[in-house]
Design a protein around this ligand. Structure first.
Ligand SMILES: NC(=O)c1ccc[n+]([C@@H]2O[C@H](COP(=O)([O-])OP(=O)(O)OC[C@H]3O[C@@H](n4cnc5c(N)ncnc54)[C@H](O)[C@@H]3O)[C@@H](O)[C@H]2O)c1
Length: 265
């Protein structure tokens, strides 16, 4: 085992790699020595991301479409000469609607992209990895998959489903040498969240006061956790959900985090 974390020689597919957490993770995996191909529905943004050097190439398509998912995984494998790692970051937010007011088709769309998309990419990548009897997949859940957020039923159901999918795949594929884990990010400064902040959908101060570490996350902090789980440093870790949330999910008290706790007895 190398003393420093290295992905030298590894070949990674990063879905949703054109933006935010996916782009930061692609950059991190490249910096650690992996070959990286992005998969994204937005070909223009993916091309721009590749031009900045975060990956060697990209494939375009919709992760929630079976044909697209199979094609993207196979094309990425062919471009790199193999597939050892997958980071499943493609996702969309939801409408912030209570269940009884939300359009069922929109609900289904959010579940399809976030959950079915993750399932389809895992399914296609797993077929390759099982044959090779090695591989590591990291899915992206959310703190919204760990606890209920009013108005976010579609997203929450999808992200809770990603956790269960991860555990099921870890149990099905562990004996074949394929590890499957997921991270559950807290509020992270990405275009998705900046858009919600710009539209006044939530109050940043409220979130910072409810978070034990007292701030939003940077995308790179998600990339660091993903790189660890994808690497051989996590060789005995599978089926886990790692909250990368500044303590959000651990916090159970009423109101804001108490900052008046003395640091000395
Ligand atoms: N930003 C946060 O605070 C936060 C918190 C928890 C979880 N997450 C999750 O992290 C992941 C990345 O989020 P982000 O904030 O970086 O978002 P982002 O919008 O910056 O990036 C998402 C990327 O996914 C791509 N994408 C969307 N739908 C797709 C589809 N059907 N097929 C292929 N690609 C598609 C987009 O084009 C985009 O490049 C998502 O799964 C999101 O739910 C984000």
């Amino acid at each position: 085992m190398p003393e420093t974390l290295s992905l030298q020689g590894g070949r990674a597919l990063v879905t949703g790699g054109a933006s935010g957490i996916g782009a930061a993770t692609a950059q991190k995996l490249s910096a650690l020595g992996a070959q990286v191909v992005l998969a994204d529905i937005d070909g223009t943004a993916a091309a721009e991301a590749v031009a900045t050097g975060v990956a060697k190439g990209f494939v375009t398509g919709n992760v929630a479409d079976t044909g697209d998912a199979d094609r993207m995984v196979q094309d990425a494998r062919d471009a790199m000469g193999g597939l050892d790692m997958v980071f499943n970051a493609a996702g969309i937010g939801d409408d912030l609607m209570p269940v009884h007011l939300q359009d069922p088709d929109r609900w289904q769309h959010v579940v399809d992209v976030n959950l079915k998309g993750t399932y389809l990419i895992c399914r296609a990548a797993g077929a390759i990895m099982l044959e090779n009897r090695t591989g590591s997949i990291v899915n992206v859940s959310s703190i919204v998959g760990l606890g209920a957020f009013p108005g976010r039923s579609a997203y929450g159901v999808a992200k809770a489903g990603v956790i269960h999918l991860t555990k099921t795949l870890a149990c099905e594929w562990g004996s074949s040498g394929v590890r499957v884990n997921c991270i559950a990010p807290g509020y992270t400064k990405t275009p998705l969240v900046r858009d919600l902040l710009d539209r006044g959908v939530f109050d940043p101060g409220l979130i910072e006061r409810r978070t034990p570490l007292g701030r939003f996350a940077e995308s790179e902090e998600m990339a660091n956790a993903a790189a660890f789980l994808l690497s051989d440093w996590a060789s005995y870790v599978t089926g886990t959900v790692l909250p990368v949330d500044g303590g959000w999910a651990a916090y159970g008290a009423a109101g804001d985090v108490d900052k008046s706790i003395p640091t000395k007895a």
